[in-house]
Write a protein that binds this ligand. Structure first.
Ligand code: GAP
Length: 450
């Protein structure tokens, strides 16, 4: 089901996923704060990326470089000169637009005439140290990639990696975007997950295809419907100044197909530029062939916030439930902010000690939430709406037979399991085992839905 953006924004605010930055002062446009559930979702996305792209691969190492870098980095990389968008201003209402967001030279808001486009640099400027003068100008990084390029020689010298290998980094980036909107799609402060994968020049084509496939599969593995993904190749006029070839992985967002991640062949542009500007040798010596050359780079570059938006949009669902509508986020268990909800049937004092014990053991293994407010049905709905895959219910029968009920978010099916088997069963369920696979002593209640 396709959700409209307003509904999603409202759910995100109501349930504590995402708030407008500085809201009590009227808000700061295109800046967002992640609330108690949003921060868990975002951490999970980053954790899964790091697990799949770094920890489980032999040909990747990580890096965490600083946001503030020498100004020369941005001059060498071409960002000072060329990281700009064409900006047009409406002569009537004075709103400013990215030229490619306008049609026929008219303001999309009021229809007024627009000025000729002029280039506007997207990097945020600030001053380094206590003196506010031109010599102290420094930028907030607009991409994490340059931190990787300037550390290429450090990593080669210390990590004992041979080509092909990649350096991966997750971190904040800042862009003074002209046109914003569409919630967290285009922010002025956002997080990136970037890989610079260094290869022999004559293998760049193969590696480009490999990463194109690999990155689409990553989204699909984590629950994105593959019908909602497509590739878009950049034409000459769209290519960034550093790219030889570039494809976007587009996602069908509520406002239409838009870029989710970019995969670029950057050739040796960055290493060659930094070698030239710094005077340092950034070439690679291949011990197998005895050759020295400048590696080419394939760059899969993803936005954490944009990925979060795609996962939320894809997971949103509504279905009829008796006389109501059940709203649920069918998030992949690896991404769900809360994995297990622990719900005593009521606040009855005989139930509470057992429920608290169960909660104490569950939260040691999974991100868990204890909820005893309102009816059990309302509590299931609350958990459905935030995407919690499993709920454990403790009832009066549990006091007698030391068994509890596990209820699945998507199917609403329930099984009864001995408390002694609970954490192991939850672990199996979260890793995708069907609910029908019972632990010893468990019981599957067909047709008993809640
Ligand atoms: N180093 C390559 C690079 O920066 P990009 O296409 O400009 O390439 C890569 O950005 C990804 O970063 C995008 O596909 C998107 O997911 C994310 N991104 C870029 N600008 C963004 C913004 N203003 N807000 C949120 N995410 C953004």
């Amino acid at each position: 089901m396709k959700v409209d953006m307003d509904k999603l924004v409202s759910l995100c605010k109501r349930r504590g996923f995402i708030f407008q930055s500085s809201e009590i002062y009227g808000g700061l446009s295109a800046c967002w704060d992640y609330g108690p559930l949003g921060v868990e979702l975002k951490r999970n996305i980053k954790e899964m990326w790091w697990r799949d792209m770094v920890r489980e691969r032999d040909d990747m190492v990580g890096l965490d470089s600083s946001v503030l870098m020498h100004r020369a980095v941005w001059s060498a990389s071409g960002h000072e000169e060329g990281f700009s968008d064409p900006l047009m201003e409406c002569k009537a209402c004075h709103r400013r637009w990215r030229a490619d967001d306008t049609k026929d030279g008219r303001c999309p808001d009021c229809g007024g005439e627009l000025t000729e486009p002029r280039m506007f640099n997207l990097m945020f400027k600030t001053f380094f140290g206590p003196v506010e003068e031109d010599a102290a100008v420094i930028y907030l990084r607009p991409e994490t990639a340059q931190g990787i390029f300037v550390n290429f020689a450090n990593v080669v010298d210390t990590a004992r990696k041979k080509l092909p290998f990649g350096i991966a980094q997750i971190g904040k980036a800042f862009r003074n975007e002209i046109t914003t909107g569409n919630f967290i799609f285009r922010c002025r402060e956002f997080e990136m997950m970037e890989i610079e994968f260094f290869v022999k020049p004559d293998t760049a084509g193969e590696w480009f295809s490999y990463w194109l496939e690999e990155r689409q599969n990553w989204y699909i593995k984590l629950g994105i419907n593959k019908e909602n993904l497509r590739l878009h190749q950049h034409g000459e006029e769209e290519l960034a100044h550093y790219a030889r070839v570039c494809y976007d992985i587009d996602y069908l967002f509520p406002m239409g197909w838009s870029e989710l991640e970019g995969i670029a062949d950057r050739g040796d542009f960055d290493l060659a530029q930094h070698a030239k500007h710094s005077g340092k040798d950034l070439s690679y010596f291949d011990p197998d062939s005895g050759e020295r050359f400048m590696p080419y780079v394939i760059e899969p570059s993803a936005g954490v916030d944009r990925a979060a938006l795609a996962f939320l949009v894809d997971a949103y669902d509504e279905e009829p439930d008796k006389n109501e509508i059940r709203v649920l986020l069918r998030l992949h268990p690896d991404l769900a902010p809360v994995k297990v909800a622990v719900l005593p049937l009521s606040r009855n004092e005989t139930l509470v000690p057992m429920a608290k014990d169960v909660y104490a053991s569950v939260r040691k293994c999974f991100t868990a939430q204890y909820d005893d407010a309102q009816s059990i049905g309302r509590r299931y709905r609350r958990q459905d709406e935030i995407g919690t895959p499993l709920a454990v219910t403790i009832d009066f029968q549990s006091l007698e037979d030391s068994q509890v009920t596990i209820r699945e978010r998507d199917s609403m099916k329930q099984i009864r399991v001995p408390v002694a088997e609970l954490t192991r069963t939850l672990e199996l369920k979260l890793s995708g085992e069907p609910l029908e696979v019972l632990p010893p002593g468990g019981k599957y209640w067909l047709g008993f839905e809640g």
